[in-house]
Design a binder for this molecule. Structure first.
Ligand code: ATP
Ligand code: LTN
Length: 337
């Protein structure tokens, strides 16, 4: 379980299956960037996971590189974080195969994401969609990660990873570090602006604020945000009866650091007409510098490619050490050198 560095290790990834949005930023990426000095950090584009749903190859390639530019623009400095493409480190696929043989059909059948995605993509319920959590476990365990910073919806995947690692360690000794999910207190689940009881997701673009949205688009989306189903036009945190307002308050609170009580006091006597533009404004203030920096980086393909190359080398070094250990433990004959 080597990690000679004294710092604890953080690792996470996002699928380049669409453009990054405010949910990804508040639930995941902003927490990665905020902790860069404290931890030893590995972040990747989960492109292998992305093909569990059919993709247009040219789009996938473009989005993978754009996502890297957006990671950097969100504050992930490639000097302080190992940034890489999952498919550039073959050990991910190699360990996933081994772990497939230590994961049970029953436990994979219970995964919420599998149930949701197979309901959504009825014509393509492929084996990759089913074994998605095993590849994710390989991603995490290869790096002996201590913490996996993700939004709440990914907690179940980190839990099955812990179960697989514990099972494997039970047979072969301490091969894998058992990771912990690292879920932010604020922003763990941002809901869609037009569907405030479902998580904000790229699949409902009208209610989703993308990192690359311009101020005009952001203003328009907030203007159309659903506020509540009762008729009382006041700013009060009531998740049950006013989920739309609660979601806007959560976004505002996460970005400004104000508590719900402070927000209620600030908007006392004012209605949604004042609150919605105020939320839009703090979102625009946060996202504008990110968008501008990402646009600049997206034009510099040579730089992005050099970050990928360096990241893949540094990641492979760590990943291959774990993979070799696993290969020895399970009894594979090591090739003569
Ligand atoms: P999909 O639309 O396919 O479900 P997504 O856009 O929700 O995807 P993922 O790739 O599933 O994004 O998630 C990437 C990371 O962002 C994960 O750590 C996830 O927990 C986090 N995340 C995604 N959506 C939200 C959200 N609405 N609120 C908080 N965190 C989120
Ligand atoms: N399933 C994750 C993406 C992901 C991931 C990982 C996250 C793939 N491998 C390893 C953390 C650690 C999602 O965000 N949808």
């Amino acid at each position: 379980m080597e990690n000679n560095n004294q710092k604890k290790r953080m690792l996470s990834g996002i699928q380049p299956s669409g453009d990054l949005h405010l949910g990804n930023y508040l639930g995941a990426i902003s927490n990665w960037a905020a902790r860069a000095d404290e931890f030893d950090n590995y972040y990747f584009m989960a492109d292998l996971h992305t093909i569990t749903v059919r993709q247009e190859p040219a789009d996938l390639r473009r989005r993978s590189l754009n996502q890297l530019a957006q990671y950097i623009a969100c504050g992930l400095d490639p000097e302080k974080n190992v940034l890489f493409m999952q498919s550039h480190v073959p050990a991910h696929s190699q360990l996933a195969w081994v772990l497939n043989c230590y994961t049970m059909f029953g436990e994979l059948s219970r995964m919420t994401q599998f149930k949701d995605k197979s309901a959504k993509h009825k014509d393509n319920i492929n084996a990759g969609l089913f074994t998605y959590p095993v590849l994710m476990a390989a991603d995490i365990l290869l790096y002996q990660a201590d913490y996996v910073p993700v939004g709440e919806d990914q907690k179940q995947h980190v839990e099955i990873c812990r179960d697989i690692a514990t099972r494997f360690n039970g047979i072969y000794g301490d091969v894998f570090k058992i990771p912990e999910p690292y879920i932010p207190k604020a922003g763990a689940r941002i809901y869609g602006l037009t569907t405030p009881t479902d998580k904000m997701s790229k699949s409902i673009p009208d209610g989703c604020i993308f990192l690359m949205d311009t101020p005009d688009v952001i203003n328009r989306k907030f203007k159309r945000a659903i506020t509540d189903s009762d008729t009382v036009n006041c700013i009060r945190y009531d998740k049950e009866n006013k989920p739309g307002v609660a979601n806007l308050m959560n976004i505002y609170s996460t970005l400004t650091g104000q508590s719900f009580e402070q927000i209620e006091a600030e908007f006392e006597g004012k209605g949604y007409g004042a609150f919605k533009p105020a939320v839009a404004e703090v979102v625009i203030d946060t996202l504008t510098p990110i968008r501008e920096e990402a646009e600049r980086l997206m034009k510099d393909k040579a730089y992005l490619n050099s970050v990928c190359k360096d990241g893949a080398e540094r990641a492979s070094y760590v990943a291959n050490k774990t993979l070799n250990k696993v290969y020895k433990k399970v009894g594979f004959l090591m090739p003569e050198r």
